[in-house]
Structure formats: structure tokens, C-alpha cells
Design a binder for this molecule. Structure first.
Ligand code: COA
Length: 343
């Protein structure tokens, strides 16, 4: 980006998902809902449930460091994006620091579902101040925040974690454009008291989510000097397939370029974007030089977008330990998805 004296790039990524699957049929058993309704109105078929936010953060962070081949002690900062920490104090990042033996600072970021992109942009900013390596994690146990008897929220959310390692490079680096924003007048639309459960005005959140995604992604692309058609891979927050489709259409980005994991993971809030990035990498959708657009939105209402050039070598195929390897079949997994969008 213009004016940045030292940049960063993503050198590692990792995902963590609990083993337990909660299907729509499981929800049908105790809620006045149906699998057909949930799939049609949200695109979600199942979600992962369980573990703790700390364990998911540690597992995803460990995988990202291993992928990067980085000594944890050489990390200069851990940023954990979460709105569902296990404890109010200390930060989840402190537990990650202890478990992984990272150096430097450790801090949580609460930007709700936009939190990971907020933290990612902060990581690039820290590189500019002299930090060499930053571990950026999104980890959530959202199913602990939902009221199991509320069919409007219980159907949406899941648990998981994802992480990337950002490393300093010579020159301006891989961050090409950003947009961060918040409209606190919408705070009541999606909220959770400490110790309580989530309340949500679904229709209004839906409306604002589409608008925020389109405006924020457009602003980040403008700052990067790119057009929607220049986006090779869109890694959006996974909230609702209809939000994604509407945003893609209004942005003018072919939906085939958007990576979707929603069907199998539900909305994992700050974990959804790094989890989806890991899926894109594991299924061969990321290539060196690709322009990747990350866009998140959520409670606040807050939103965050970042355009990042993918500098890592073409990712290796999914390996046995990759949590995505345990997912049900059916997620698009190759460049075929992209060819459809090139017309
Ligand atoms: N199963 C069956 N029926 C349901 C239902 C469920 N799980 N949830 C709501 N309904 C009913 C409603 O009661 C309503 O019935 P009525 O017409 O008799 O009043 C009807 O379905 C339509 O409700 P509506 O709220 O208009 O549905 P919707 O199409 O907007 O879908 C959401 C509801 C929650 C799926 C949708 O609004 C949404 O995804 N919003 C965004 C939420 C989100 O992404 N939050 C996180 C942001 S990070």
C-alpha cells in the first residue's frame, strides 16, 4: 500500500474443527424447524460443535506455524480474534502463548465476525513497526452463546478456529488495500450480554450485511487500484449463502470465485474467514500472485475488508491431519470453480 515502508506476507495457515457434527436433522429434533428450511434460507447443512476457544486457537495456531516452518519463539505477536473467549481474563492469546511458546506480545481482538480481518490488518501494521512475525488466529465456540431453543440463531452458528502467519518482507508486501468500519448505532441488532445468550434481528442484520459487504469490499478494491474482475479468490465471512450470493452479484464478482464452507461449518464468526482460506489452500484454489479478497461483517455492526496478494507456493493437497479432510464430501474443490467465473 502507498506510504507503507515495510510490508508483510502470509507464509502459513492452519485450521481446527471440533469432531462433533450437529446436523440440521439434529436440530429438527428439538426445534420447530426443518432441514429443508435451513438449507433453503441459509445454505447450512451441518456445523461442528465442541472443544474450547483456547484449544481451537492453539490447534489452528500450531498448524499455521508448522505450515510456515517457523520457530514459535520467533513470533513477535499473537493476535486472537474472538468474541467467545473461555474467560474474560486473561486474553485467549495468553493461553496460546503458553501452549505454543511464542515470543513477544499476545492480545485478543473482538471485532465479532469481522474480527479476523481486523486482526489481519493490525498484523500488517505491526510489521511496519518492526515486528518480524505475527500469528493471527480466529477462534470461536459460538454454540455456547446461542440459546438452543431459539430457532433463528441456533441453526446458524458453529465452532472452529483458523490461523495465518504474517512475516515481514522487503518492500511494500502483499497487503494491497483495506477497509475497516463500524456503525455502533446497530449494536442492538446482534448482541450478547456477558453470561447470556445471543439476540438477533435476522432480517435487519441480513440487509446491513449485504450492504456492508458490498461497500467495504468495493472500498478496499478501490484503494488497491483493482476492479472486481481482478479478484481471483473471494474469501468472505460465512454467514448465509443468500448474503454471499447477493453480495457477489452486487459487487460484480462471479460467485464461482467465492470460496464457501458454510454448508459444513455454519457461521463460525471470527474463525470463518481463516477456516475458509485454509479450505481454499487445501483444495488447490490459491496460486502465487492471486489477488485474494477477504471481507467480513458482523456485530457492531462492524465490517472489514483486505485485498492480499497470495505469495505462498501453490498449496499442497489436503493431508490426512487437515480438519477439512474429515468434512463430508461436497465442497467445490478445484480450479474448475474458477473457470466458470472467467467469462
Ligand atoms: N425454521 C423454520 N422457520 C423459521 C426459522 C427456522 N429456523 N426461523 C424463522 N422462521 C420463520 C419465521 O418465524 C417467519 O415465519 P412467519 O412468516 O410465520 O412470521 C419465517 O420463517 C420467515 O422469517 P424471516 O426472519 O423473514 O426469515 P429469513 O428468510 O430472513 O431467514 C435468517 C432468517 C435468520 C436465516 C436470516 O434473516 C439471516 O440469515 N439473517 C442474517 C443473520 C446473520 O447472518 N447473522 C450473523 C451475522 S455475522
Amino acid at each position: 500500500m502507498a506510504g507503507v515502508t515495510r510490508g508483510g506476507t502470509i507464509i502459513g495457515w492452519g485450521a481446527a474443527l471440533p469432531d462433533r457434527v450437529r446436523t440440521n436433522a439434529d436440530l429438527e429434533a428439538h426445534l420447530a424447524t426443518t432441514d429443508a428450511w435451513i438449507r433453503e434460507r441459509t445454505g447450512i447443512r451441518e456445523r461442528r460443535v465442541g472443544s474450547s476457544t483456547t484449544d481451537l486457537a492453539v490447534d489452528a495456531g500450531r498448524a499455521a506455524l508448522a505450515r510456515a516452518g517457523v520457530d514459535p519463539a520467533s513470533v513477535g505477536m499473537v493476535l486472537v480474534a474472538t468474541c467467545s473467549p473461555d474467560q474474560a481474563l486473561p486474553a485467549t492469546a495468553a493461553h496460546v502463548q503458553r501452549a505454543l511458546g511464542t515470543g513477544g506480545g499476545a492480545l485478543d481482538v473482538n471485532g465479532a465476525c469481522a474480527g479476523f480481518v481486523y486482526a489481519l490488518v493490525c498484523a500488517f501494521g505491526l510489521v511496519a513497526t518492526g515486528v518480524e512475525r505475527i500469528l493471527v488466529i480466529g477462534a470461536e465456540t459460538m454454540t455456547r452463546l446461542v440459546d438452543d431453543t431459539d430457532r433463528t440463531t441456533a441453526i446458524l452458528f458453529g465452532d472452529g478456529g483458523g490461523a495465518v502467519v504474517v512475516e515481514a518482507v522487503d518492500g511494500p508486501g502483499a497487503l494491497l488495500g483495506t477497509d475497516l468500519g463500524c456503525d455502533g448505532s446497530g449494536a442492538h441488532l446482534l448482541a450478547c450480554e456477558v453470561g447470556g445468550t445471543m439476540v438477533m434481528d435476522g432480517r435487519e442484520v441480513f440487509r446491513r450485511a449485504v450492504r456492508a459487504t458490498v461497500r467495504s469490499a468495493g472500498a478496499a478494491l478501490d484503494r488497491a487500484g483493482l476492479r472486481p474482475d481482478d479478484v481471483d479468490v473471494l474469501v468472505p465471512h460465512q454467514a448465509n449463502a443468500r448474503i454471499l450470493d447477493a453480495a457477489c452479484e452486487r459487487l460484480g464478482i462471479a460467485s464461482a470465485r467465492a470460496v464457501s464452507t458454510l454448508e459444513h461449518s455454519g457461521n463460525t464468526s471470527a474463525a470463518s474467514i481463516p477456516l475458509t482460506l485454509c479450505h481454499a489452500a487445501a483444495t488447490g484454489r490459491l496460486h502465487p500472485g492471486d489477488r485474494v479478497l477477504f471481507v467480513g461483517f458482523g456485530a457492531g455492526m462492524s465490517w472489514a475488508s483486505a485485498v492480499v496478494r497470495w505469495d505462498a507456493p501453490a498449496a499442497a493437497a489436503m493431508h490426512a491431519g487437515d480438519p477439512w479432510a474429515t468434512m463430508s464430501a461436497g465442497i467445490p474443490s478445484s480450479d474448475e470453480d474458477r473457470t466458470g467465473g472467467d467469462t
